[in-house]
Design a protein around this ligand. Structure first.
Ligand SMILES: [Fe+2]
Length: 287
């Protein structure tokens, strides 16, 4: 299961793809070999290995079906729940994001480890299906249980954005900065939301400041596709607002990001990320 966990986090994190990363491909193959030859392995562990292999090969829909099978018999399996949740997110399966959590919720209680992460996940499913009042209440409940939950923070950020409550959003994110910046895979995206609030308010300099001080440096550090897409999207939005980006040696300059996006060229794994990458040239992030 350790191999499933490591490969799963690597693949979900979008920093590497088995199509281009041969070591990652070997790790996945070894996980499958152990799952099929080991004696002391449970049916559930075999299912986890099968789902991860499917995900690795690009069969994301099929992987979610295996994770849902696991959850039918083991509704408190957080690994299956979270990997299915993230896959539904990548697949833009909004109702499934909500209902996958709703199905297992009655089987959980506060005495079960990781229970506090359920509200944040459920809140985002509620956001994606336009249940804003319920989403806000649920995200806040999650943050009461785990203030450092970056996903619950993200769900609440969506509520403020979609309801035009940009000042509340800026206030919330700045007030809780020390909590959500510890969620390294989401911190860049939550800063992106912060910058979007400023764009909505016509505060372009403030948005560019968030980009320069946070988003650009995080892209270089993480190198994940998700962070690169956030950077491209932010610069493209600013450019559509009439802001001249990439015109000097600041962090919005292509020179700052350098070759960061290059390892992902040709991955073609997720349509949403491919669209984001297509904005690279326009945004000056052609790398
Ligand atoms: Fe978001």
């Amino acid at each position: 299961m350790g191999r499933v966990l490591v490969s799963g986090l690597t693949l979900m994190g979008t920093a590497a793809s088995p199509r281009l990363d041969k070591q990652l491909q070997r790790d996945v193959d070894e996980m499958v070999r152990l799952a099929t030859t080991s004696r002391d392995i449970t049916t559930r562990e075999k299912q986890h290995a099968e789902a991860m292999k499917l995900f690795s090969d690009g069969y994301m829909n099929e992987a979610t079906l295996v994770w849902e099978d696991i959850l039918t018999n083991h509704p408190t399996d957080m690994l299956a729940l979270k990997l299915a949740h993230d896959s539904y997110f990548y697949l833009a399966k909004q109702a499934q994001m909500r209902d996958s959590i709703a199905r297992v919720y009655p089987h959980w209680n506060a005495s079960i480890p990781l229970y506090g992460y359920l509200p944040g996940m459920y809140a985002f499913g509620l956001c994606e299906t336009d249940h804003w009042a319920e989403a806000e209440k649920t995200a806040k409940k999650g943050l009461e249980l785990i203030p450092k939950d970056g996903w619950a923070t993200h769900a609440l950020a969506h509520v403020y954005e979609m309801q035009g409550r940009s000042q509340e959003g800026i206030s919330f994110l700045s007030r809780t900065l020390d909590n959500w910046t510890t969620a390294s895979m989401l911190a860049c995206h939550n800063f992106w939301h912060w910058a979007v609030y400023h764009i909505e308010r016509g505060e372009h300099t403030a948005a560019l400041d968030v980009f320069d001080s946070q988003i650009a440096s995080r892209v270089r550090t993480s190198g994940t596709m998700a962070d690169i897409v956030d950077a491209c999207s932010m610069l493209y939005r600013l450019e559509m607002e009439g802001v001249r980006v990439g015109q000097n040696d600041g962090r919005s300059s292509p020179k700052y990001v350098g070759r960061t996006p290059r390892p992902h060229a040709g991955v073609q794994r997720l349509p949403s990320i491919d669209v984001g990458f297509s904005a690279r040239k326009k945004s000056g992030y052609a790398g």
